[in-house]
Design a binder for this molecule. Structure first.
Ligand code: ATR
Length: 276
């Protein structure tokens, strides 16, 4: 039993998490000895709860709402990505040190590269809708891929301005007012919805893509529904589109590799499993 590897996702609440489905699928697929559980810890008990799990021999964790920022002070070290994004979604141990990583930007970019083979980000102009935690990972990913500029458009302009300031050392990051979201699309190559708009139970993202070139790439990080109104509108124009489910699947791959030593593949079966 000594080779048995335990990992899990910590959140509060945690019942909604798709991560156990994803990681347990890979544990079975690669014939590994291990388990991945949903672990509910309240924010005020995070430090003790984490320690208890570490004492029980866990090899690592994913973090989800509301712990991604709260966990930072308890890490012995942070990967650069987690440091710059300001959130940790993965914990692993390296020579006894608990390291915080963030694999969301990798997941976002890798998803685009898988759905639109050899997509070249270099020199492109991108509009990012939203300025929450997901937007931070998206903006970091785009800037690391050498886009020419990112324009953040968010209902609350101050949050967009804060993000633009946080990322200014990585490239050109501008902001646009919420009311301008349709007009700013002239000459834009990439549009990403990183807000919760369009998700089942949320209002649709009310945006007019008329000014957008049919050559543009339109991505949604929302995956329920898989084809959001934004993606349908983009598809009708002839734009390239990228659905959101792959970001969830690809962000899980480096975490799985940290704990289980195998970089898993994203195949159609896992996508179907998660979308069921
Ligand atoms: P996450 O961590 O998943 O990104 P979040 O931090 O709650 O979630 O961010 C949600 C994003 O969706 C924010 O950009 C939010 O805009 P505000 O910063 O103005 O709150 C955006 N959002 C949510 N509901 C919205 C709505 N009805 N209209 C416009 N934007 C909305």
């Amino acid at each position: 039993m000594s080779d048995f590897i335990k990992a899990g996702v910590i959140g509060h609440p945690i019942g909604h998490s798709k991560s156990p489905l994803i990681h347990n699928y890979w544990i079975r697929k690669y014939g590994l000895e291990g388990s991945y559980e949903a672990l509910d810890i309240e924010p005020q008990h995070l430090e003790q709860g984490l320690q208890r799990l570490i004492d029980q021999g866990y090899s690592g964790f994913n973090l989800t709402v509301p712990h991604k920022e709260f966990v930072i002070p308890f890490c012995d070290g942070l990967e650069e990505t987690a440091h710059i994004i300001g959130a940790v979604n993965t914990l692993y141990f390296d020579q006894g040190q608990m390291i915080g990583a963030n694999t969301d930007a990798f997941g976002f970019i890798q998803n685009i590269k898988m759905q639109q083979r050899e997509y070249n980000f270099s020199g492109k102009r991108a509009v990012v809708i939203g300025a929450g935690g997901a937007a931070r990972a998206v903006i970091y990913g785009l800037l690391k891929e050498d886009v020419a500029e990112v324009i953040i458009c968010n209902r609350t302009l101050e949050k967009a301005q804060k993000l633009a300031d946080d990322f200014k050392d990585l490239g050109i990051v501008k902001t646009a007012a919420w009311d301008e979201r349709s007009e700013i699309l002239t000459g834009v190559d990439i549009v990403v919805n990183s807000s919760s708009l369009g998700m089942s139970g949320q209002p649709a993202l009310d945006i007019n893509l008329q000014a957008l070139s049919p050559e543009a790439l339109v991505c949604d990080i929302v995956y329920a529904p898989l084809y959001t109104d934004l993606l349908k509108q983009a598809q009708d124009k002839g734009c390239l589109i990228v659905t959101g489910i792959g970001m969830l699947l690809h962000q899980a791959r480096p975490a799985f590799e940290y704990w289980f030593g195998v970089l898993p593949d994203v195949d159609q079966s896992i996508e179907n499993l998660v979308l069921e």
